[in-house]
Design a binder for this molecule. Structure first.
Ligand SMILES: [Zn+2]
Length: 506
């Protein structure tokens, strides 16, 4: 009996060892330890061109070094610097209302009482006559028209927040939203040259993000100003403007609270927007390293892994930790890369890229795709952005057959043999309105003809909210994604020949 049991043990021992190694391929301990750092308040929400951005870079680079991921000779410190242009409207900008001869001019200050929703990129002075247009609503089927008898063509229109009782007797938030959304297009349709929306509650959410500088790549930073300006003004600003007008601020408040009509009138003969926009240079970086392939020829080619390390920063004192977006992606890529360093006999090299400034419009990936000298050597890109939430056994797979259906077949085959996710292909449907294929870094690889696959959890609950925190992360899901990335990298790196693009009718 003894001998026999020993024999059995000897027979199964290699499998046991193999199995334990497989189990430990991607370490949940590492995933968690790294995310605890990256999604902590100390990293200040990792916004591009901030201190949190630079801290994230230092941490990620030190992790790559520790894992044995090497720097490319052209980026010896793992950094591919990305210059940025930060555009900000100066707090010295003003809106001045002149009510006529002998009247005191009223001055509303940018950054304090008014903020621009339109992107002004250079200094400009605009002068219009100013109309107060009540709620700015035209709803013929309800017999409501704030524009009755008004000609607002070429003028600046001030519009009150909210919806009158007559149009929303039940105080239904959906009705309120629908009417509020229509105000802009109604004013545009009437030919208004500029629109100022007032309110406190209604503009609170946009106020802070609009007060931050707009960030772009210098090559794409236009100095062209918008044709029509849209502005948001606090009630404090409106209070100033209404003093001495046909409608006092007290009456305005009282009528609004009662849900009554606010009659329109000409508020001032001349309103001057003196906008000072300044552009400054900023900086972020893509972080880039590689795991060298073993084939003397094929190692010049790459399978690229990607995630973005930036997030949206701090807003009104709250840190947006971005644990899922895209903290989950960063740690999954780092862990897959660490495992790949120890993997043997991978023919092609694996490029490890953590993109910067994704949240500002995929800027890091855009820069990389136009400036990395070896784009043509990348045979496929695997991108992950938000992979630690929602159901543990399913994930959205996006774009894998857009360029080469061979890639889709490989992704399915590798998945079936390894982590066995149920793939949801909803975002691959041609009429899907979400346009997910264009909304993360992989798009800039695809733009260059590189077959891509994008994995995404479609978490909406805490998306771009301060509640996207580590407590809500499912590390087993990240582990599975990281492991899929690992196996997929090996499979693609060992292909005899590159993926064939599908033939498509033009
Ligand atoms: Zn993201």
């Amino acid at each position: 009996m003894k001998i026999r049991s020993n024999l059995i043990l000897l027979l199964i021992l290699p499998f046991l060892i193999l199995h334990t190694q497989e189990k430990g391929l991607i370490s949940i301990t590492n995933l968690r330890a790294n995310l605890e750092v990256l999604a902590s308040d100390e990293f200040e929400g990792r916004e591009a061109a901030t201190r949190g951005d630079r801290l994230s870079q230092l941490f990620i680079i030190s992790e790559l070094k520790k894992s044995g991921v090497k720097p490319l000779p052209e980026y010896p410190d793992y950094r591919m610097p990305v210059e940025l242009t930060l555009t900000k409207i100066s707090d010295k900008s003003t809106f001045t209302l002149d009510m006529g001869v002998g009247e005191v001019k009223k001055v509303v200050r940018f950054g304090e009482e008014i903020v621009s929703w339109s992107k002004y990129r250079s200094d400009t002075v605009l002068n219009y006559s100013v109309i107060f247009a009540g709620y700015g609503l035209e709803v013929p089927e309800q017999g409501w028209n704030d524009y009755e008898g008004l000609d607002v063509r070429g003028k600046l229109v001030i519009i009150a927040s909210g919806v009158p009782k007559a149009l929303n007797p039940e105080n239904d938030p959906a009705v309120e939203e629908e009417y509020s959304g229509a105000k802009l297009f109604t004013a545009y349709g009437k030919g208004a040259a500029g629109i100022i929306f007032t309110g406190d509650k209604s503009i609170e959410e946009e106020w802070s993000s609009l007060s931050k500088p707009a960030i772009s790549l210098p090559s794409k930073a236009s100095t062209r100003n918008p044709g029509r300006g849209v502005f948001l003004m606090k009630e404090e600003g409106l209070k100033k403007l209404l003093s001495g007008s046909p409608l006092s601020y007290a009456e305005y408040i009282q009528k609004k609270e009662a849900g009554e009509k606010l009659s329109a009138f000409v508020l001032g003969v001349s309103g001057t927007l003196d906008i000072m926009a300044k552009q400054e240079a900023g900086y972020t970086t893509n972080i880039i390293g590689y795991v060298e392939g073993s084939d003397p020829v094929l190692k010049e080619e790459f399978v690229a892994l990607g995630a973005h390390y930036d997030h949206v920063g701090i807003d009104r004192g709250q840190v947006y930790n971005g644990a899922d977006d895209d903290g989950s992606g960063i740690v999954a890529v780092l862990e897959a890369a660490r495992a790949l360093v120890s993997a043997k006999n991978i023919k092609r090299s694996v490029l490890v890229v953590l993109h910067g400034a994704e949240e500002k419009g995929l800027l890091g990936a855009s820069y990389l795709s136009d400036n990395f000298g070896r784009m043509d050597k990348i045979i496929a890109q695997i991108n992950i952005d938000m992979v630690g939430r929602e159901h543990q056994d399913s994930i959205y797979s996006v774009g894998s057959d857009k360029i080469s259906s061979e890639l889709k077949a490989i992704v399915e085959e590798v998945n079936k043999k390894t982590v066995k996710f149920a793939f949801n292909y909803k975002f691959d449907e041609p009429d899907d309105p979400n346009r997910i294929y264009e909304r993360s870094d992989h798009y800039h690889y695809a733009r260059k003809g590189i077959p891509v696959v994008f994995f995404y959890d479609y978490m909406l609950e805490d998306y771009h909210k301060p509640t996207d925190d580590i407590e809500k992360i499912n590390f087993e899901k990240i582990r599975k994604v990281s492991e899929l990335m690992y196996h997929l990298s090996i499979r693609l790196a060992n292909l005899d020949k590159r993926l064939t693009p599908d033939e498509r009718p033009d």
